[in-house]
Design a protein around this ligand. Structure first.
Ligand code: ADP
Ligand code: MG
Ligand code: ZN
Length: 492
């Protein structure tokens, strides 16, 4: 079913569960390192391996991060809360229970705002709670990397016990046809906020920020909520938007055929752009939650909470207002920047010395195009804000022109060195030698006598053809304005 057709018949409701791995040096309940990418099972101890008799001790920095996240999302911070055991068996979790929080989350009842196409959407936050990450299973031998069809499985407990915060929204209503974009904007906003808080690496591709997207449809906005599916582990911003869009059309097709949506978890398939069924959640799962008797309650003093409130970064909405004033962008320009997720990179580029307009131009044209083609975030194209500022400085100094700058981007991305080194090694500097330029202008005039006559007789626009001929002969390495000046000079 086409998306527009689905939207004509149904109203979507979203629920987003985001897991954030905190960037504390040690794990949630033991002193093991949380460093990403170490040899499997080298960062474990009796606590995070769940050996009998071991006792967890809570990581104070993780609590501090949890409170700061809660405050940044306008949540109330619990005066007193506990950890709970969530009981289930899975090999990546050797205790047979995960330490989490259940009905006593550290932060609850907050909200956040996101903007899509100039409209503000308020997202109600149900809770943000603390828990520990599980280990990682690697299923070997199957085609899909899933357990089905695998010959054997390997387990790496380095991630077991890494602190996680799960942030859960209330059902998000009122997004209508913009639901996929709102979902993406929300996760992007969280990513930026968490980064500004400095509490997580927020690397979606490394799994330090993971999103589960719940989607349901109903016939109209005043109908009761429909049955939801939960699409698991959607690992990029782009996938969040695609997964929600796909799931809306899938459910709409099913419903309009007279079918019923099954409450289940589904898996996002990046390659095909579809979701496939996973665990059925028809019955509420029985995790036998109960307070963990090994851990003391967490009762943050109000004084501490207020002290932490004082460490919060500037709220994103205020930051946006301040930037649009400082940068002098029009509303439309600012909206494009926000939609492209380019605020941070532009800020860093301006800080590195580029003008706000030139920073906007490079990130929203040249680099956005590359990021799109490669399915990457702007931060991941291989060019840093400092390098963009350096390339712009080379343009302003007249060393290269805009067109040559694109080749400099190519070189920097290909790992050929700094912008200046790429200009040097690729021989990209514009020819400022007036002699060589003059010769090329003379040659172009001689080769195009008809055009030259037109210019002489006052048709100045015709000079474009001559400029083109000179630029071609100079292999782009000339400043078009200077070429134009020389042509008009010569033709009186
Ligand atoms: P689970 O344990 O099944 O993951 P949670 O309560 O942790 O359940 O999260 C469910 C998410 O789905 C929440 O964000 C919630 O607001 C949202 N949600 C609940 N009901 C619906 C619905 N009918 N349609 C869409 N989202 C829903
Ligand atoms: Mg959940
Ligand atoms: Zn450990």
């Amino acid at each position: 079913m086409a998306y527009d057709e689905a939207m004509a018949t149904y109203d979507p409701v979203l629920g987003l569960e985001v897991h954030v791995e905190l960037n504390t040096a040690s794990k949630m309940f033991c002193g093991c390192s949380t460093e990403f990418g170490a040899e499997p099972n080298t960062q474990t101890c009796e606590v995070c391996l769940g050996l009998p008799g071991s006792l967890p001790v809570v990581n104070a920095t993780a609590i501090e991060s949890a409170i700061r996240i809660g405050l940044a999302l306008n949540c109330s911070i619990a005066e007193w809360c506990r950890f709970a055991r969530k009981n289930y068996f899975y090999p990546d979790q050797p205790k047979n229970y995960q330490i989490s929080q259940y009905d006593e989350p550290i932060a609850h009842d907050g909200f956040a705002e996101v903007e899509v196409d100039g409209k503000t959407y308020r997202i109600e936050i149900e809770r943000a709670h603390m828990e520990e990450d599980t280990g990682k299973s690697l299923h070997v031998g199957g085609a899909t990397g899933r357990i089905h069809g695998a010959d054997y499985s390997l387990l790496d407990y380095n991630r077991s016990g890494v602190p996680l915060i799960e942030i859960v929204t209330k059902p998000i209503e009122g997004a209508g046809a913009k639901a996929p974009e709102v979902a993406r904007a929300y996760v992007a906003m969280l990513r930026d906020l968490l980064r500004a808080l400095g509490v997580s690496d927020v690397r979606m591709e490394q799994g330090s920020l993971r999103c589960d997207a719940n989607v349901s449809l109903r016939p109209s906005p005043d109908a009761p909520l429909g049955t939801r599916t939960e699409t698991k582990n959607v690992n990029s911003l782009r996938s969040v938007e695609r997964a929600v869009r796909y799931e809306i059309t899938r459910q709409a097709a099913l419903l309009s055929d007279g079918g019923r949506v099954k409450q289940e978890t589904r898996h996002w398939q990046e390659g095909s752009g579809t979701t496939s069924p996973g665990r059925s959640k028809e019955q509420a799962e029985e995790y036998r939650y109960f307070p963990d008797p090994d851990l003391v309650p967490v009762a943050p003093s109000r004084a501490w909470v207020e002290e932490l409130r004082g460490t919060l970064p500037e709220p994103p909405a205020l930051r946006l207002k301040r930037m649009s004033a400082e940068w002098g962008y029009s509303d439309l320009e600012l909206r494009d920047v926000v939609n492209a997720g380019a605020l941070n990179v532009i800020e860093a580029t301006v800080a590195a010395g580029a003008s706000p307009q030139s920073a906007r131009k490079w990130w929203l044209t040249e680099l956005a195009r590359r990021a799109n083609e490669l399915g990457l975030e702007l931060e991941e194209t291989g060019v840093t804000p400092a390098q963009v500022a350096e390339i712009q400085a080379l343009v302003e100094a007249g060393t290269i022109n805009d067109k040559l700058a694109r080749q400099v981007f190519d070189g920097v991305i290909a790992g050929e060195g700094t912008p200046a080194e790429v200009v040097e090694s690729r021989g990209l500097a514009v020819v400022s030698d007036e002699g060589a330029l003059g010769a090329a202008v003379d040659a172009a005039i001689e080769a195009n006598p008809g055009v030259a006559d037109k210019v002489r007789s006052g048709k100045v626009q015709a000079a474009g053809a001559l400029i083109g001929a000179v630029m071609k002969q100079m292999q782009g390495k000339a400043e078009p304005n200077r070429v134009r000046e020389l042509i008009l000079e010569r033709l009186g």
